[in-house]
Design a binder for this molecule. Structure first.
Ligand SMILES: Nc1ncnc2c1ncn2[C@@H]1O[C@H](COP(=O)(O)OP(=O)(O)O)[C@@H](O)[C@H]1O
Ligand SMILES: [Mg+2]
Length: 447
């Protein structure tokens, strides 16, 4: 069949020949004896810091012996670099580390290691794609940490199907999980992701491993974001931030400073949002540009923001504040290649749109956060205190917040607004009256 009868997708069916049961380590064991839980030994099984601070933050301490972690990300985002740096820094601290390079040749790996300063003793390399050879290298080196780059290129010749197929990826991963538990090695698998962002290969990969970490970043920006989507040994909320440089990935301790570095205060159409990623507050600049439509159908373009949310806010602006942009092309973006998905961005985006339309800058010393409802009301968002504290730390003097917002840091000005209309009138003064609908006459651009 070329087409799945269940979901209607073409060419999504994969042949899976029936396997004779394999006698591998683990399968014919005569049943483990039950032990009292309190007597299970845990010495040496705590997380081991990788030495790459931002990675350890995401992993809540480091790699746990015997665990399997998948690092997923698009090609070129820096997965191989990150794991090379982590393995080298663990090797420097006395761990034995083995890199299994199933995609690149040893000289290629060495050149990268040279570039990022990862030529250290205790770091071993094998360039191998076949599972049995990989297992024998594992036996020879007996590493504390092993990186397999990537799981999609590793294949078990006994299975018959091509590398990268569903069966291969699932069976190889399952085998590596079994071996990692038996040998106490912390294994990290590199996994490619498909265009829609899910891990290529079977979803079952996410179920058999202990931790799934995704590495994201805009291709043309240096900032890289690392977050755990599944973690058996700690919380998943935290965010790691890196910058890709010529000498490898460098942790970014002050991302807000980096993101706001090129900001031009006093420009119409920009607002600063104290975004929250996991437990980390991050100041991002939301920008909007509004121009008269030349072609028949007005364009709406969102980058780093949800296009549906942009359309929704344009509708709320039109109906609840009277600011209709029906005859205008609207462009909205988040600066620096960051993606903002939380509703807390609504108020900043709506204010940036209104500011762009009126060509009046928002007060440069204020940030804005709040969710905007369909009624135009501005609603509370999560973790306001943390957001405001970070805004204050970066030198902002105040924030536009929902009226129910708790007090911020001492001396920090809070502009409380109940509705979007109120926010527009308070901050842009010349904004239209609520209820009165009129089409916007674009302010003439300077020059
Ligand atoms: N000489 C270099 N100088 C600066 N950056 C480089 C250099 N070589 C590679 N890079 C960066 O490293 C990225 C590739 O990293 P890599 O770890 O191989 O990615 P992945 O394994 O996720 O495909 C490139 O996209 C580029 O940004
Ligand atoms: Mg790679």
């Amino acid at each position: 069949m070329g087409r799945c009868a269940g979901c209607g997708a073409w060419n999504s069916l994969v042949e899976e020949p029936e396997e004779p049961p394999r006698a591998g380590p683990g399968s014919p064991r005569p049943g483990a004896a039950p032990v009292p839980l309190a007597e299970v030994g845990v010495a040496g099984w705590g997380p081991r810091a990788t030495g790459v601070g931002e990675l350890d933050r995401v992993l809540a301490g480091g790699l746990v012996p015997g665990s399997v972690t998948v690092v997923g990300g698009e090609p070129g985002v820096g997965k191989s670099t990150l794991l090379l740096q982590a393995a080298a820094s663990m090797a420097l601290k006395g761990c034995r580390a083995l890199l299994v390079s199933a995609e690149e040749s040893p000289p290629q790996v060495r050149l990268r290691a040279q570039r990022v300063g990862a030529l250290v003793p205790g770091l071993w390399l094998v360039s191998e794609t076949l599972l049995p050879a990989l297992l024998s290298a594992w036996d020879q080196v007996r590493p504390d940490v092993m990186v397999v780059d990537s799981i999609q290129t590793v294949a078990d010749p006994d299975l018959g199907s091509a590398p990268g197929t569903l069966v291969q990826v699932r069976e190889c991963a399952a085998r590596l999980v079994q071996e990692a538990k038996a040998r106490g090695t912390a294994v990290v698998l590199v996994g490619h992701v498909t265009k829609d962002g899910s891990l290529a290969g079977p979803r079952v990969l996410e179920h058999v491993v202990d931790t799934v970490v995704s590495f994201e970043g805009e291709r043309h920006h240096a900032l890289r974001l690392l977050r755990a989507t599944k973690h058996r040994f700690g919380p998943t909320g935290d965010l790691g931030l890196f910058e890709m440089t010529g000498t490898g990935l460098v942790g970014v301790p002050d991302p807000s400073g980096l993101l706001l570095a090129d900001r031009r205060p006093g420009l119409a159409g920009t607002a600063v949002l104290p975004a929250l990623e996991g437990t980390r507050a991050l100041m991002v600049e939301v920008q909007a540009l509004v121009t008269p439509t030349r072609a028949g159908v007005p364009r709406r373009f969102a980058q780093g923001l949800d296009g549906g949310r942009l359309a929704l806010l344009l509708a709320v602006l039109a109906r609840r504040t009277g600011l209709s942009l029906a005859g205008c092309d609207v462009f909205a973006s988040v600066v620096g290649g960051v993606r903002v998905g939380e509703p807390a961005a609504d108020l900043a985006l709506a204010l940036a749109l209104a500011s762009a339309a009126a060509d009046i800058p928002l007060p440069a010393h204020l940030v804005a956060c709040g969710e905007v409802g369909l009624g135009g009301e501005v609603r509370q968002v999560a973790q306001v205190k943390r957001r405001l504290a970070e805004a204050e730390r970066l030198g902002f003097a105040g924030a536009v917040v929902p009226s129910s917002c708790p007090d911020g840091p001492a001396g920090f000005e809070l502009v409380r607004v109940g509705s979007l209309g109120e926010a527009v009138r308070t901050l842009l003064g010349a904004g239209p009256d609520p209820g009165e609908r009129r089409d916007l006459r674009l302010a003439a651009a300077p020059g």
